[in-house]
Design a protein around this ligand. Structure first.
Ligand SMILES: *[C@@H]1O[C@H](CO)[C@@H](O)[C@H](O)[C@H]1NC(C)=O
Length: 147
């Protein structure tokens, strides 16, 4: 095997590695957990025009406070995942229908290495439950029913 073909093989190996990392990036999986990209979590009230959504989100270190969202309003915040990838946010939310029945749910909205989203992690509260935007496919998926 000549020097030229050996060089050719290592170039194609490097190219294959590059493609593999590119595919992971497109799938919003971080091949290198040290990369510290800034992420934004969004929670939308898409329940109905007459409904206000009460929202309370927290991490281990931060209490983001109580928020009241009118229809088609969002609550959003940003963070950089720490290099040990232990970032965890969860939210409690509730709303009442016109006869006063309360619907509620409490769940993890972002966890490093578990929540698959890119820069934007989008949740949408709707009549039947809470949806998550699968950003790779671009579709909303029902993740939690109301309790
Ligand atoms: C409110 O929710 C309760 C429980 O699901 C339901 O029985 C009731 O019909 C709802 N009211 C309206 C106005 O939709």
């Amino acid at each position: 095997m000549g020097m030229e073909s050996y060089h050719g093989q290592s170039v194609s190996f490097a190219f294959a590695t590059f493609l593999f990392i590119l595919v992971l990036q497109c799938m919003h999986v971080e091949p290198i957990p040290l990369i510290n990209i800034k992420r934004h979590v969004h929670v939308w009230n898409d329940v109905s025009s007459t409904v206000i959504l009460n929202l309370h989100c927290k991490s281990r270190d931060d209490d983001l406070g109580q928020h009241v969202l009118a229809y088609e309003q969002e609550f959003t915040w940003s963070f950089r995942g720490n290099i040990f990838a232990r970032t965890l946010f969860w939210c409690a939310m509730n709303w009442a229908n016109s006869t006063g029945h309360v619907f509620q749910q409490s769940f993890v909205v972002y966890q490093s290495k578990v929540t698959l989203c890119g820069k934007n992690c989008v949740w949408s509260a709707r009549t039947d439950g809470v949806y998550f935007l699968e950003s790779f496919a671009g579709v909303y998926v029902l993740m939690y029913n109301w309790q």
